[in-house]
Design a protein around this ligand. Structure first.
Ligand SMILES: NC(=O)C1=CN([C@@H]2O[C@H](COP(=O)(O)OP(=O)(O)OC[C@H]3O[C@@H](n4cnc5c(N)ncnc54)[C@H](OP(=O)(O)O)[C@@H]3O)[C@@H](O)[C@H]2O)C=CC1
Ligand SMILES: CC(C)(CO)C(=O)C(=O)O
Length: 328
């Protein structure tokens, strides 16, 4: 089985390293700057918030698909808005028995995949933790979790190889529920980017927690109305997460120890996007809640305001976050 990571950046390089450490054949399809960085630093270096460090060199690295082989499994770790233009390349580097696993956050990014990738096994996977790209081909995992993939023949083989090397992943049968559950957590990406604080410091501020709680309540209402199942990612069921977030500081720190037990420097990927002046994934996160809210007649005023604020930040304008937190 040969594996490719298509669009290897933060999460893709981290994933590639875990798979290489499991003894698998893993190639990257990546930008020239990533390839040269990995060569100059003699491999990809990963670390995590618990002190783990590991390194590995990809089997091969391609900066265009013309010279790439056909792969049995392709993990697509592009940003949401980069998918549409890359379907022809994904078709070229796969065959009729390939599995293509899309690892994007949020909803709606791979709506066109089934039509544009005929005769391919198409799945969605999830990275439930944060990865920060540091200098010298170093990728740091700042929060807890394991890669989550759909159960299929290829992921069963990968999971087996990982287990044999002391690594782990989770396989699920109902990825739609997992995606809905992950979106609940990703509703914090925009707020984290806007307040410009590490996630841990942000969660210590009750007004910011209460805005997040309201954004989550809106998504939970949409899920209920639309009959969408939602997987539990936290110690408590999804409907309790906004309740706990809204508690006064003392009670929150007591009850939400695991939420706060993260790298004190970890930030959301949207914070990284705004810092790098890249377009964000807001349309697929809070924007997806607004869109489904309209479809199912659920009001989503907080998510609408968050989307509008992020759009202003994308345009280089400033945003006063106290307008969102006022009276909360
Ligand atoms: N970062 C994180 O902590 C987490 C991210 N996620 C999700 O995972 C997905 C991927 O995020 P992330 O890993 O941060 O994204 P990155 O931007 O770090 O990685 C994507 C990479 O693909 C490159 N790329 C784009 N087009 C091509 C192409 N045609 N050929 C080769 N390379 C290409 C990008 O280059 P360029 O920048 O030049 O476009 C970039 O290096 C997102 O949906 C995100 O929401 C989920 C959990 C955590
Ligand atoms: C892990 C988490 C929820 C961290 O914010 C994330 O998915 C992201 O940064 O995109």
């Amino acid at each position: 089985m040969n594996i490719a990571i298509y669009g290897a950046g933060s999460t893709g390089c981290y994933l590639a390293t875990e798979l290489l450490l499991a003894g698998l054949d893993v190639s990257l399809i990546c930008r020239k700057r990533i390839k040269h960085n990995i060569i100059d630093n003699k491999g990809i270096h990963i670390s995590d918030y618990l002190g783990m460090t590991q390194s590995a060199m990809p089997t091969k690295m391609f900066t265009d698909v013309e010279h790439a082989a056909q792969f049995d499994v392709v993990f697509v770790t592009l940003k949401c808005h980069q998918l549409d233009s890359n379907y022809p390349n994904l078709l070229k580097i796969t065959h009729a028995n390939s599995s293509i696993i899309f690892m994007q956050n949020g909803l709606g990014s791979f709506d066109n995949a089934h039509q544009l990738l005929p005769q391919r096994q198409i799945y969605q996977g999830i990275t439930p933790f944060n990865v920060l790209q540091l200098p010298n081909a170093h990728f740091h995992k700042g929060t807890a979790g394991q890669f989550i993939w759909p159960r299929c023949d290829h992921t069963l083989q990968i999971s087996h190889a990982m287990k044999q090397h002391g690594l782990s992943c989770q396989l699920h049968d109902d990825m739609a529920a997992v995606i809905n559950g992950k979106l609940l957590l990703n509703l914090n990406n925009a707020l984290n980017a806007m307040c410009d604080l590490p996630i841990q410091a942000q969660l210590k501020q009750r007004p910011l927690r209460r805005v997040l709680a309201q954004a989550m309540q809106e998504w939970l209402k949409v899920c209920q109305q639309a009959n969408r199942p939602i997987t539990q990612f936290t110690k408590v069921p999804p409907k309790w997460v906004p309740v706990i977030l809204s508690l006064p500081d003392g009670l929150f720190s007591m009850l939400a120890k695991s939420m706060l037990d993260i790298d004190p420097k970890a930030r959301s990927s949207m914070w990284e996007d705004l810092q790098a002046k890249r377009i964000t994934e807001i349309d697929y996160l809070n924007g997806a809640v607004v869109k489904l809210g309209q479809q199912y007649h659920v009001a989503t005023p907080i998510n609408q305001r968050i989307c509008a604020a992020i759009k202003r930040l994308e345009q280089g304008e400033t945003v006063d976050i106290s307008q969102l937190t006022a009276n909360r």
